[in-house]
Design a protein around this ligand. Structure first.
Ligand code: NAD
Length: 479
């Protein structure tokens, strides 16, 4: 049994109220430990530690700040096995996903922003007798709140640019996957991060998370999570004029034309549908296929999906692990029932899987493909966030666009075609923040990342993140 405490002012500390939450292992359904259930007083402690550390951290020479952040990246890689194992146990994702995607990317986030801070520059505007220049100053104490689907990956995606820009952070990982963020504390200490620069408060969203959002000394909130929580955070933070970056839900279209590179599309579509049990905000959960390719695609896709190995996440041969929690397991299954009630035909999957042995109590769901649903029905409009995709035919480009854009969400979209003019024209008309053409989830960390409509506001990545985590000040000088 593990006890996961807060990391404040460079030290691990029990929650001041002495309360703990239960933590569960999704692959067995068993209790795995206890998590600090932090409250207002713990957040206050963390904010004060961050505020005290801010003057020295923000004034530190850039090379020194770079070296420390690079050291954290190296420390994550030195602990790759331990972190990957922790991430897999805590979230139910396969050890292979944790080892090859989550943890390497967490290290890369620090490496990327450690380097970026050395190159970040601001503008100047000249006239014959006037010089204006822009200062980009750190904000002070900022809050970073992250979800359970890519725990350390998304936590570090926020923390690294916040620290690189010279801020001090109060971070809160998801209460469902607290473990790797907790291990990060020791790695930061070993890299020489001064106490108080990064503080990690564990606990529930409406308690610890809300306390960070409400705190008047926290100048910005970078949040990734559900649209529901994003609405609540915006409601509280907007009247306080905090800077807000909200990365929220998605229900992304994957548009497949008959002229695509078929094998590449099929391989990638299996991944973009079921990677991490479909629990990636970028997964293409609504698949639209050109009419003349539909039957062939349906046959081949279902055949491939039926071959996916769902199993013990610790087994390197498993391709899908467990979904993250009992509540989420029940939610995903209820959406499969809803899809059936809405007239959907389940082509494969459609039920929970009972694994043998130690995994008998785990939360496993067979990868599920459903056809015959209208775009406007709930199971095509609401985010399921599990191993469930729907497939539907389209007539032409206009029909594909209309169906793809008929969604309250607008995070990402994928287009498969060899007709590049068509792809570019559609990319411009899709209502979303990210479009992939003939690929999926190919991330260049310099590019802007984020969504429109109910998928949120603001952009992460590259300069966008460093601009978010700094305040712009114009200075004008007349000669
Ligand atoms: P969630 O909104 O329940 O929780 C996310 C985080 O916010 C957790 O740390 C939680 O404790 C905290 N939180 C919850 N309510 C809060 C409140 N009122 N104030 C402050 N903090 C609060 O989301 P989740 O279930 O952990 O994650 C799944 C969701 O995240 C999905 O909707 C998914 O699409 C989305 N997501 C989006 C992106 C993106 O980049 N757009 C990436 C990953 C996940």
């Amino acid at each position: 049994m593990q006890t996961i405490n807060n990391f404040i002012d460079g030290k691990y500390a029990a929650p001041l109220g002495g309360r703990y939450l239960d933590n569960y292992a999704p692959s067995t359904g068993a209790l795995s430990g206890h998590i600090a259930r932090s409250g207002l007083e713990d957040v206050e402690h963390a904010v004060q530690a961050a505020a005290a550390a801010f003057p020295a951290w923000s004034a530190m020479p850039l090379e020194q700040r770079h070296d420390i952040l690079r050291g954290i990246a190296d420390g994550i890689l030195q602990n790759l096995d331990r972190l990957a194992e922790a991430e897999s146990t805590d979230s139910g994702k396969t050890i292979t996903t944790a080892r090859t995607i989550d943890i390497p990317r967490a290290a890369l986030n620090f490496k990327f922003f450690a380097t970026a801070l050395l190159h970040f520059a601001s503008e100047s505007h000249h006239q014959p007798d006037v010089l204006s220049y822009t200062l980009r100053q750190p904000l002070g104490v900022v809050g970073c709140i992250s979800p359970w689907n890519l725990p350390l990956y998304l936590f570090t995606w926020k923390i690294a640019p916040a620290l690189a820009a010279g801020n001090c952070v109060v971070g809160k990982p998801s209460e469902i996957t607290p473990l790797t963020a907790s291990l990060l504390g020791d790695i930061c200490n070993a890299a020489g991060l001064p106490p108080g620069v990064l503080n990690i408060v564990q606990g529930l969203g409406p308690e610890a998370g809300a306390a960070i959002v409400q705190h008047p000394m926290v100048k910005a909130i970078s949040f990734t999570g559900s649209t529901r929580a994003g609405v609540e955070i915006a409601r509280v933070a907007a009247p306080m004029f905090k800077k807000l970056s909200l990365e929220l839900g998605g229900k992304n279209p994957n548009i497949i034309f008959a002229d695509c590179d078929y094998e590449k599309m099929l391989d990638t579509t299996v991944r973009s549908s079921f990677n991490n049990q479909g629990q990636i905000c970028l997964c293409g959960s609504r698949i639209y296929v050109e009419k003349n390719l539909y039957e062939k695609f349906k046959h081949d896709f279902v055949e491939r999906v039926q071959q996916l190995r769902v199993g013990d996440p610790a087994d390197p041969k498993s391709q899908l692990g467990a979904v993250v929690s009992k509540v989420h397991f029940e939610k995903v299954l209820s959406y499969i029932d809803l899809a059936r009630a809405e007239g959907g035909r389940v082509l494969c999957g459609g039920q929970a899987l009972q694994l043998p042995g130690a995994q008998a109590g785990g939360w496993f769901i067979a990868p599920t493909v459903i056809e015959g649903l209208r775009t406007s029905c709930r199971s095509n409009q609401e985010e399921i966030f599990g191993p469930v995709v729907t497939i539907q035919p389209f007539e032409d480009e206009a029909d594909a666009l209309a169906q793809a854009n008929d969604s309250p969400y607008g995070l990402s979209a994928t287009i498969w075609t060899s007709h590049l003019q068509r792809a570019h024209q559609m990319a411009a008309q899709l209502q979303c923040g990210i479009v992939w053409i003939n690929t999926w989830m190919l991330r260049d960390l310099r590019t802007p990342f984020g969504g429109v409509k109910n998928s949120g506001m603001g952009r992460e990545g590259g300069w966008e993140a460093l601009r978010f985590f700094s305040e712009t000040k114009n200075v004008t000088l007349a000669f």
